[in-house]
Write a protein that binds this ligand. Structure first.
Ligand SMILES: Cc1cc2nc3c(=O)[nH]c(=O)nc-3n(C[C@H](O)[C@H](O)[C@H](O)COP(=O)(O)OP(=O)(O)OC[C@H]3O[C@@H](n4cnc5c(N)ncnc54)[C@H](O)[C@@H]3O)c2cc1C
Length: 475
């Protein structure tokens, strides 16, 4: 929904966004409807062609934009789906064309509307950046680091940012009505708040010590496959390695191996292949063993779940909001970061709309309200990521409570059920893609199926064995 400039709140002149990665770019898109000008500041040079840059090193690794995030992307940038398709990003139906070897073996294939075009992270960011260049009221400041906030005399209001431009070796101050921090896991806002006399937000950190190793491959010619994307999961408590193969633009595969509980995947070429061979199923190894590698093996280990609880702060200076990984970063294995950033941008949009129609009194606290609304959005992905991490005894940051232990047992049964019942797998996939809430897995039909399965004497629920090794295809 684009609001004509004439109808924008006359108090809203300039918004500054710190960080031009996914959370910053999506926020800028939303802000452009409400502010006369939006300035996105990043310390990096923003590439003219899709490529990984220093500020977003995770772009070397497979990134899935979940179906929910993908739909929001199309809503914010109409036609982006067609653009991705035109650029050669493969179309994947995530319940039909993605083969998942889960806790109990292969899941069935069933047609769904969980459809996205898969691409590299660098390409997606570049595409969104390019779209934003077309907005007359959005400007980018590259090679420019934000190193502090400008405030009024009482420190009750943020009035802009302090900048350092590395190209020109120049300090600068930029005045704004709103500063949006989207600077990721290393956000300095907690320190800046402290220096202004505010408490820093509480932090919850849950670390399962997961590491990624990724190598890129040329898509082999003339390959007859019954899948487009592939994943083999690790299985607690003993099997600590898993992997994913993602088809992306340019006829390439991004192959990421993950190791949890400090059992990090190898970072050398031979070790990478050997690790793929030793996964619980050889499907990824079989696909890549004769494929041509086109990159080195990239490694990444900063993957802890980390939530800065801005929503709990009793005081926050007006004119400041915090979004994206700067608020809440997830263990990336569930692929929730970019979709959460997209949902957060929509939350910002809603709160800005309310602010637009509010009296001056309520305006001062709208940013605190935004942080509270954001926390509601983050709750489900946080629960999904951290609850699964608590399956590992070595996870630091807490212990599973009774509810979490019950959830582990219940989810094991649902996953098992979804191996046999394609309709259940479809709902499971919809929850994973954040299209449905986790409560969808407690629908009466699924609970009934779980209970029936639990008393089935033919099923050994403690078995580490795979129950069904073939994929059923349901159209
Ligand atoms: C290995 C890995 C794999 C992942 N896989 C997935 C996936 O499959 N699906 C998914 O949805 N998500 C995934 N994620 C998460 C996803 O990458 C992030 O959630 C997403 O990028 C949103 O992050 P962000 O924009 O908040 O911050 P970031 O991506 O960290 O970007 C921060 C930006 O701020 C800039 N910056 C920082 N400080 C300053 C400063 N002081 N001044 C100016 N600029 C500054 C940086 O240069 C950078 O551009 C993965 C993450 C990792 C680590």
């Amino acid at each position: 929904m684009q609001i004509p400039i004439s109808q924008r709140n006359s108090n809203n002149h300039t918004a500054i966004v710190i960080g031009s990665s996914m959370a910053g770019l999506l926020s800028a898109r939303v802000l452009a409807d409400y502010f006369t000008q939006v300035i996105v500041v990043d310390r990096d040079t923003l590439p003219e062609q899709p490529q990984t840059r220093m500020g977003v090193p995770q772009a070397n690794h497979a990134h899935v934009m979940l179906a929910q995030g993908y739909r929001i992307l199309e809503e914010l940038f109409p036609g982006i789906d067609a653009e991705l398709s035109k650029a050669g990003a493969p179309r994947v139906d995530w319940a039909k064309e993605y083969t998942l070897f889960g806790f109990w073996g292969f899941h069935p294939h069933i047609a769904s509307d969980l459809i996205t075009h898969t691409c590299s992270r660098a390409f997606l960011e570049w595409l969104v950046h390019r779209r934003l260049l077309g907005f007359e009221n959005i400007k980018f400041r590259q090679k420019t680091q934000v190193h502090g906030l400008l405030t009024n005399n009482q420190n009750s209001q943020v009035r802009g940012v302090k900048l350092y431009n590395s190209d020109e070796n120049k300090q600068e101050e930029l005045i704004a009505d709103l500063v949006v921090d989207a600077s990721g896991r290393n956000s300095q806002v907690p320190n800046w708040l402290k220096s202004m006399g505010y408490p820093a937000p509480e932090q919850t950190v849950i670390n399962s010590f997961l590491g990624y190793s990724t190598r890129w491959y040329e898509l082999p010619q003339d390959l007859q496959l019954d899948w487009k994307a592939l994943a083999v999961l690790y299985k607690p408590p003993h099997n600590k390695h898993g992997g994913v193969l993602l088809p992306v633009e340019g006829n390439r595969w991004a192959v990421t191996l993950a190791g949890i509980a400090k059992d990090y995947p190898p970072t050398d070429n031979d070790g990478f292949l050997e690790c793929a061979r030793n996964l619980r199923n050889s499907a990824i190894y079989d696909a890549i063993k004769d494929a041509k590698p086109i990159s080195k093996v990239y490694s990444y280990r900063r993957t802890e779940n980390c939530w800065h609880h801005y929503e709990k702060l009793k005081r926050l200076p007006s004119g400041l909001v915090i979004i994206g990984d700067a608020v809440c970063a997830f263990n990336p294995v569930y692929g929730q970061g970019m979709t959460s950033a997209a949902l957060s941008a929509l939350t910002l949009q809603k709160c800005l709309l309310i602010q637009l129609n509010s009296s001056a009194d309520t305006i001062t606290k709208w940013n605190q309200n935004f942080q509270k609304q954001l926390a509601k959005v983050l709750k489900n992905p946080w629960l999904m990521a951290t609850s699964d991490d608590f399956r590992w005894e070595t996870t630091e940051g807490g212990k599973p409570d009774k509810v979490t232990r019950f959830m582990h047992k219940y989810m094991d049964e649902v996953i098992l059920l979804s191996v046999h019942q394609p309709q259940v797998y479809k709902v499971f996939s919809e929850v994973i893609h954040m299209v449905k809430p986790p409560t969808a897995l407690f629908a009466p039909g699924i609970i009934f199926g779980v209970l029936k399965q639990m008393i089935d004497p033919k099923i050994n629920h403690n078995s580490q064995e795979v129950l069904d090794n073939s994929i059923k295809v349901v159209s």
